[in-house]
Structures are given as C-alpha cells and as structure tokens.
Design a protein around this ligand. Structure first.
Ligand code: EPU
Length: 356
C-alpha cells in the first residue's frame, strides 16, 4: 500500500466541528477514512491486531449524536464520496452512494435528474452512510423505502457484507445497525448504500399527505404537474421555518422519538386533550406528537438556568445548544422534560439520537 493511503491516527482529536450539537469533546484516537478499500486492507494487516481489539466508534455527519464525554475509543470518521448508477430498467434506476456523501446532496442530485423516492427527505442533515442506521424519515417517507441494499465491512468477520434492505430491520428511527452501534465494538462499517429510485414518473403520485406539504406544493406549482423537485423545495421551506440550522444553532434534529402507545391509552388521552395530534399506525397502535406534549408541558423555548442548553422556540421536539454547554447538561434537561411529560400525560418519551 502506498504511504498516502495509510490512515494516520490522530490522538486527542477535538470533535467539536464533527457533531452538530457542537459539544467540545475529544476522541482518544481518530482516523479519517477517505478510501474504503485502502482502509480495510490496512485494518486487516497483522500490525493492526491490537487496534482491532480496541473499542471503536463510527462517526458520520455527527447530526444524530449527543457527546457527553470524551470518547475513549478509536473514532472512524467516514469521508468517502461518490455516486454511481449500477442498474436501470424501464421504471427504476439503482444508485450506489458512498457512505460519506452528504444526504441532502444526494437528494438534490436525484431530484435534479427528475427521479423520485427520496424527495421528502430533503435537507435532513448527516451522511448517506448514517441514513439506514436510524432509518431517517420525514413528511411521510423513510429512507428504508428506497434502500435496496447496504454494503458494509463486518468487523467481526473482517469480510464485506451486502445486506438487503428487507434484512436491515428498518423500522421507525431504527435498524439492526443502530443496535450494532451500541455494542462496545461497533460491528458494521457501512461503506455504501444502494437506493432504488423511479425515473419513469408516469402514474407517479407525490407523497403529500403530511401536514402542510400539499398546500405548500400547490402554492408553488399553481396547477401544473408536480415533480419530485417541487416536493423537495416545499419540504426545504417547511424545514427551514421550523428547524434550526445546525451551522447557526447547535442541535440534533428531533431530540425525542414520537411515542407509540396502545389505542385505549391514545383514546383516553384524546378525551382529556382533544387537540393531541395522533397518527394511527398499521399495527393498530397510535403514534403521538412528542413536540405537542412537550409544548403543552410548558417547555417550548425553555433554557437551562445557565442558559447553555434549551428547547427550540419554534419546535419543542428539538433541543439546542446555545454555546458553552455540555452533552451532560443537555441530557439533564432531556431527563427533566421526559419526567415532566411522564408526570403530566403518563407517556414515556425517549431520546432519538445516539448518546455517548
Ligand atoms: N407540535 C406542537 N408543538 C411543537 C412541535 C410540534 O404542537 O413544538 C405539533 C405540530 O403542530 C404537529 C405535530 O406536533 O401537529 C407534529 O409536529 P411536526 O409535523 O413538526 O413533526 P414532529 O412529529 O415534531 C417528526 C419527525 C421529524 C420530521 C417531521 C416531519 C420524529 C422524532 N420527528 O417531527 O424528524 O422532520 O416529523 O415528518 O419522528 C428528526 O428525526 O430529526 C426530524 C426532524
């Protein structure tokens, strides 16, 4: 292997710029992966035997991550780029996208080609490699609906594996990768994701059922046929009006998952709070809007006593870092909110991001 492809290990690497909440923690050891092949070859060499036994942590865009302390592990930061068409038929095109590509750039590429399948997921921060981990979703669409397969390096067997979308246990903000990440030794390094997109849009129906997406799209299109880019543009403007830009105000998107409760519990809550937003699920249970519960509990726009962390004033589901704070402070705030919601509504809400 040539010297320039051998990953250099940095020690006590500052991760402030690599997590969108902007918490200042460091990684004991840190490697940037820019070439998957070269990394794997290096990783499997006999000289790395000790390194292979050490705890490791895989970092993508850092947009769904709460760092509460220095990471005592080897942090692998994926920065591989590239997108490639791997197959096409009359209706679909299959794109294999490297893990380090920014998700939003991929979405914009697809809509620019006139392809459908990920347009409702515009402006979600983070990388393509992270998209299957928590099965990113928004406005009636989930990444899992378009994922054909995930290619990953399996640290347990030192082999590359290809896992079909159906085998990834993709569910609401969940997948097999999310669980494999919680293990001390993160098992998979997702290297690329293959998406199946539609290029033939005859009889295509845009996904407009969520919130004010339909009205926003109608406003922009004024009666002409809707294309995937119209949907993406509508979603971008909706997201910009509700969600803080991580470059301006540290955040990790929705901080809590929307809780799913049994129908009788949802019905009981609804009789007490007729405005409670409820979304029936296919399994009969009901998803509730955590943001609504948090706002009703009085937390919207709240700040910790020192002012470092708080609840976003336009969307109560988003916790923000105003500067000078720590992940531990954010978690203290999150616990106080969750306990209060539990006390007032009897509903358990749990954090959505990965907490380290
Ligand atoms: N609501 C309030 N007050 C708030 C926030 C929300 O009353 O402060 C109400 C809204 O009025 C609405 C309902 O709660 O009736 C749902 O709100 P919204 O449509 O804004 O969506 P959400 O449930 O807060 C979820 C996802 C978002 C995704 C949007 C749109 C989760 C955890 N969050 O948020 O995903 O963009 O729907 O699909 O499922 C993310 O995961 O990081 C994320 C931003």
């Amino acid at each position: 292997m040539t010297a320039h492809t051998t990953p250099a290990i940095a020690h006590h690497m500052d991760l402030t710029a690599f997590n969108t909440l902007g918490f200042s923690v460091s990684a004991e050891q840190y490697i940037t992966v820019r070439d998957t092949q070269a990394f794997i070859q290096w990783w499997c060499a006999p000289e790395q035997a000790t390194l292979r036994e050490q705890p490791r942590f895989i970092l993508g865009g850092g947009s769904n991550l709460v760092l509460t302390q220095d990471i005592r592990a080897l942090v692998l930061h994926l920065q591989t780029v590239g997108m490639q068409e791997v197959k096409r038929d009359d209706m679909h095109v299959w794109m294999e996208v490297q893990a380090g590509e920014m998700w939003h750039d991929f979405v914009m590429y697809c809509v620019a080609q006139g392809w459908a399948g990920v347009e409702n997921l515009a402006l979600i921060p983070g990388t393509v490699g992270a998209s299957p981990v928590q099965n990113i979703g928004a406005y009636g669409m989930e990444a899992g609906q378009a994922i054909e397969y995930v290619t990953a390096f399996d640290f347990a067997t030192l082999q590359m594996v290809q896992i079909a979308g159906q085998e990834c246990a993709l569910a609401y903000r969940d997948s097999l990768f999310k669980h494999a990440l919680h293990n001390e030794q993160a098992r998979y390094l997702i290297t690329s994701v293959c998406f199946k997109l539609r290029h033939d849009l005859r009889d295509w129906q845009a996904t407009l059922g969520y919130g004010d997406v339909a009205s926003r799209v109608r406003e922009n299109t004024q009666g002409r046929a809707v294309c995937p880019n119209d949907v993406a543009q509508a979603i971008i403007s909706i997201r910009q009006s509700k969600l803080p830009d991580p470059k301006v105000l540290g955040n990790a998107g929705s901080f809590f998952k929307n809780p799913v409760v049994d129908k009788p519990q949802a019905d009981a809550l609804k009789t007490q709070h007729d405005k409670l937003p409820c979304y029936p699920m296919t399994d009969g249970r009901v998803k509730l809007a955590a943001g609504w519960l948090i706002e009703q509990a009085g937390w919207k726009g709240a700040r910790s006593a020192d002012g470092h962390v708080g609840v976003y004033d336009k969307q109560a589901l988003v916790l923000v870092h105003h500067g000078g704070g720590t992940g531990a402070q954010l978690m203290t705030l999150a616990r106080a909110i969750a306990e209060d919601v539990q006390r007032k509504f009897g509903v358990f809400i749990e954090p959505e991001p990965i907490v380290v």
